[in-house]
Every structure is written in C-alpha cells, then in structure tokens.
Design a protein around this ligand. Structure first.
Ligand code: DQA
Length: 198
C-alpha cells in the first residue's frame, strides 16, 4: 500500500477507520407504560466501604445489605431493581446513560460527586429519567461544602439524613412517581379514546 493510501486510511473520518462510538442497545424513545417498574440503583465513590467507613456518620450497614433490602422492597411492590457502584465519575455517567436502555427511574447516591460533578448532573438531565438523590447523612448539617448539591436540581427530589432508610424512602418515592405518571397517562389515553368515539 502506498504511504498516501496508508495516511488516508488513518485520517479522521476516513471510512477505513473503526468508529469510536460503541454499539449500545437501542435507547428507549418513550417511557414504558406497562410491565414491572424497573429501578436503577447507583452508588458513587467510597460507598463500597459502607460498614467500616466512618460508622459514626454512615452507620454499620454494608452496601450489599442495603442492596438486598432494596431488592426485597422492590420485589414486594412488583418492581425490578439493578444496582451498580463506581468510584469513577465517567463510569457513573456511563451507568446513568445505560439506565436509559432499561430503567423507568433512577435512585442515586452520587457520594462526594454530589458536590462537584456537572457531568453527572448533565447525564441525569440528558437521560431524562425521573431520578431520586439519596444520602445516608444529612448533608445540610455537616461541612459547608456538603450542603450544596450540584446534582439535586436535575432530580425529582432529594432524601438526606436517614441512614439506609434514605435509600428505602428514595425507592418508595421513585416507584410512586412512576406509578402516578403511568396512571395519569392511562387516564389521558382513555379520555382521548372517548373523545374520538364521540
Ligand atoms: C454521602 C454524603 C457525601 O457528602 C459524601 O461525600 C459521601 C456520602 C451520604 O450518603 O451521606 O460519600 O453521599
């Protein structure tokens, strides 16, 4: 192959190059109106250390214990739950984007990224899934820098200060939100059908 052809092959945009974009499942184009409600549960940095990390602030319940209880509660309400934890900001962004292909709502504890991450805030906004932000500790009663959440403004609400109960309340809020929006959508559909028949 001539050097010119080799260079053309490497040139950005040249068809010979493999696309950088990863193949992903087709994103949902609109909210699922039927079937079990699916919740993506996401945890940010250092939450994998729960149980031993500052127990005077975060308690002694471990992350696997919280996840098991969340799964039990979700299943008791006929819902499905998948969870993931990451210590990396970009990975959390990717997990939020992945949730778009599967979930009806997100429950997230962004950990310290709550106070710093415009990328996570933008991901929540871009994906458009109803998202509940949860914190074990009361972030408003600690150091000043924790009182500000960058991410909460793109969530439907924030629950903070109830230990593991914050997660369970967050799950309840997310499920109730999706149930209510499915109900109101169903009623709007019925009204539309009735008016078409007239
Ligand atoms: C936290 C509060 C954050 O300020 C902190 O960085 C965490 C945990 C909580 O659950 O209380 O990692 O999100």
């Amino acid at each position: 192959m001539s050097p010119a052809r080799r260079a053309a092959k490497r040139a950005p945009g040249s068809r010979a190059r493999r696309p950088l974009r990863q193949r992903t499942a087709k994103p949902q184009t609109s909210a699922r109106r039927t079937g079990p409600i699916r919740i993506a549960l996401l945890h940010g940095p250092n939450l994998n250390l729960l149980g031993t990390r500052a127990p005077e602030i975060y308690g002694t319940t471990t992350l696997p214990e919280i996840e098991a209880e969340m799964t039990r509660r979700a299943e008791a309400r006929g819902a499905e739950l998948r969870s993931a934890q990451s210590n990396f900001e970009g990975e959390l962004v990717a997990l939020i984007q992945l949730a778009r292909n599967w979930a009806d709502a997100i429950v997230i504890n962004p950990g310290a990224y709550t106070h710093t991450s415009i990328a996570i805030r933008d991901a929540i906004e871009a994906v458009g899934l109803p998202t509940v932000e949860v914190h074990l500790s009361n972030i408003h009663a600690r150091e000043e820098f924790r009182a500000r959440s960058i991410t909460a403004a793109r969530c439907i609400g924030q629950i903070s200060g109830f230990g593991p109960q914050s997660y369970y309340l967050g799950l309840d809020a997310a499920l109730s939100h999706v149930e209510a929006s499915r109900r109101s959508h169903g009623e709007a559909g019925k009204r539309q059908k009735r008016s078409k028949r007239r």
